[in-house]
Structure formats: C-alpha cells, structure tokens
Design a protein around this ligand. Structure first.
Ligand code: IPM
Ligand code: MG
Length: 369
C-alpha cells in the first residue's frame, strides 16, 4: 500500500482544534487498511510569526512543495492586528497559494438533508443543494501590481489595488470548470462584471471561446457577479458549477456556505496544474476562518476540515472509496442528530469539536468493518 506524505498546517485560532479532528480521522482510516499516511506538522500564519517573525518560513514552504498534499486549518486573529501588512498571517496562506501555483480553488456547497433547517433560507430552497464554486486563486486583485498606499502632496492618501487577468489565466480556470461540469450536471455559470470592468470583458470573452472550442455538450450561462449573489439567496439550486475570479469567488463562496447551514461545513481544494508525472500540487482547507472568539474552547465544527481531508483523498490520491467513507461517516453523524453549536437548533444537545470528530471516526470504523 502506498504511504502518502501529508503536511499539516493547523495555523491559528480554531485551526489546531479542527486539525486534531483530521488526525483522529486519519488514525481511523489507517486502521481500515484503505490508506496509510505520514503526517508532519508545521507552522503557518500568526503561529509562524510568533516563532519565526514571518507567516511562512522558507523551510515550511519547501516542505509544502515536497508533500503529496497539504492540509491547512486557518490563519489570522486579533493578536496579529498590529504586524506589518507584508508579514500579516494571511500573507503566509497567500504565498502558499501563489508560490505553489494553486490556481484552481474548488468550493463545494452541499446541503446535507439533516441540516436543511439550519440554513438561513427555507428548507425547500436549499434541500438537495449541490453547487461547485470554482474560484480562480492566484490572480486578480489579490496579487495584481501596483498594490500600494501612497501619500499625495496635500498629505492625504491614495490606495491602489490592481485587478488583472490574462487570457491564459482565464482559460485554465475555465477548463477546470467545464471538465468538472462534464462529470456533474453539465451546466456552468460564469460570474464577472463585464458591465463595469475590463477584466470582466476579457473574462466573459475567454470563457465563451473556451466553451465554443471544446465543450459543445456543456451549457454555459454568463451572470453578473452582483446578480449572482442575489440569485444564490433567491434560488440557489439553479446553479451547478459556478466559475468566477479570485475576489468574487471569495465573496460568493461565503454566501454559498451560509446556504448549507454554517460556514463550518464547507471544505475546499486548491489545485495546481497537472505536471509531467501526472500529479499536481494541492492544498485543502476549510472555507471558514480562524474564529478567534471561540478558539481553544472545543466549540468549533470540525466538519469543514474533515471534509477537506475527504477532498484530499479524492483529488490528490484517487482514493475514492476512502473519501466516500469519510463523507458517509459525516452524513451518518449528522443524520444521527450530532450537532456542534453552529448547526444546533435552539435547546438541542451540542457536541464539542473533539466529540464530533471522534463520532465521525467511529462512524467510519463501523462502515469500513
Ligand atoms: C478564504 C479566506 C482568505 C481569502 C483570507 C484568509 C486571505 O477568506 O480562503 O476565503 O480571502 O482568500
Ligand atoms: Mg473568504
């Protein structure tokens, strides 16, 4: 059996607690004999600033580069509000994404049947929801130059961020979206603001061209990003694969997350290009942040993190059976009524982070036996 090399980067806030949930599930997975792992743990974000004075050391980046896959918890928190912009916790995560070329961010928003009532929307609007947001992750306004604040002659300031996309960047993310749609319902919606932004004009043009040249069997719809946000809360099930740029993807995936009941439910995969050996760099992380308000209290929902492990098994290692097992264990735990605080109804009994992860691990053992 192959042993897979994982780099675990728990990060800050609730990151270490939800990552402990991953380790619980990894132990259970190893017992099933479906897969074995060699997991190393390192620092990223604020915890790395405390140890090394920067949010991602070169040594950690080298380990990330050498790993078969990376699992990341969350970065950031009020403790590091005062640090310089260049070395803020988030810069560590952004450097990992950029330097490893992880341009394709897949954020599935699935509404588990047992959670339809935890959604902010009515049950009938979200029950059965299964959207795949494909967010471009290494371009756009996150990385465009210039990116600066300058002082004007009168002493006031001027801030610039640059939204920039090239044909090649749009083409490769469009291919990811259309290929995924081919394995799903065959529908892609592409969101941009071509009515206001040049980058939106090019985005729409390139997506249209890629579609026309290669994907006759897929239905493509263009939607303005603001309208897309509105449609997501009005009639979310109209979407299947939703492809969009880095910033719109950041915003729209938070909206989609809430449809599923809680931000604590959404996993994600960030993938690089396939190399000559047929492998690709990959980082898996929950969509939620470090939630400093509940950190260290055993309150966080570990499901987005454990779901990210399932995505890792599926996309990086081709372990579909093991991934299904993890997903089914999560579904079973929820169906049995297990709830962390973020998804519990009023007065319902609440599990802590550890208990939820242990329950998922034991559901997994039962299903693997
Ligand atoms: C996300 C997060 C990050 C982002 C932050 C932590 C830099 O919000 O992954 O959605 O903006 O991409
Ligand atoms: Mg975000």
């Amino acid at each position: 059996m192959t042993t897979y090399k994982l780099l675990l980067l728990p990060g800050d806030g609730i990151g270490p607690e939800v990552m402990a949930g991953v380790e619980t599930v990894l132990t259970a997975l190893a017992e099933t004999g479906l897969a074995t792992f060699e997991a190393e743990t390192d620092l990223v974000g604020g915890s790395a600033i405390d140890a090394h004075g920067k949010p991602l050391s070169d040594a950690t980046l080298a380990k990330a580069d050498a790993a078969d896959a990376i699992l990341l918890g969350a970065v950031g928190g009020p403790k590091w509000n005062g640090v310089a912009y260049e070395i803020r916790p988030e810069a560590g995560l952004l450097r990992l994404r950029k330097d490893l070329g992880l341009f394709a961010n897949l954020r599935p928003a699935i509404c588990y049947p047992a959670l339809a009532d935890a959604s902010a929307l009515k049950r009938e609007l979200v029950e059965g929801l299964d959207i795949m947001i494909v967010r471009e992750l290494t371009g756009g306004v996150y990385f465009g130059e210039p990116k600066e604040i300058t002082t004007l002659p009168d002493g006031s300031k001027r801030a610039v961020d640059t939204q920039v996309y090239t044909t090649a960047e749009i083409e490769r993310i469009a291919h990811i979206a259309f290929d995924l749609a081919g394995k799903r319902s065959g529908r892609v919606a592409s969101a941009e603001k071509h009515n206001v932004m040049k980058s939106g004009v090019l985005w729409k043009e390139v997506v249209t061209e890629v579609h026309a040249r290669h994907y006759a069997g897929i239905a493509l719809e263009h939607v303005l990003a603001d309208n897309c946000a509105m449609q997501l809360v009005r009639r979310p099930k109209q979407f299947d694969v939703l492809v969009t740029d880095n910033l719109f993807g950041d915003v729209l995936s938070d909206v989609a997350a809430m449809l599923t009941g809680s931000l604590g439910m959404l996993p994600s995969a960030s993938l690089g290009a396939v190399d000559a050996r047929g492998t690709r760099k990959a980082l898996y992380e929950p969509v939620h942040g470090s939630a400093p308000d509940i950190a260290g209290q055993d309150k966080a929902n570990p499901i987005a993190m454990i779901g990210s492990l399932a995505m890792c098994l599926r996309y990086s290692f081709g372990l579909g059976e093991a991934a299904d097992l993890v997903d089914r264990a999560i579904t079973a735990a929820l169906a049995g009524g297990a709830r962390t605080a973020d998804i519990a109804g009023d007065g319902a009994p609440v599990l802590g982070t550890r208990a939820m992860a242990e329950l998922i691990a034991s559901e997994l053992r039962v299903r693997a036996a």
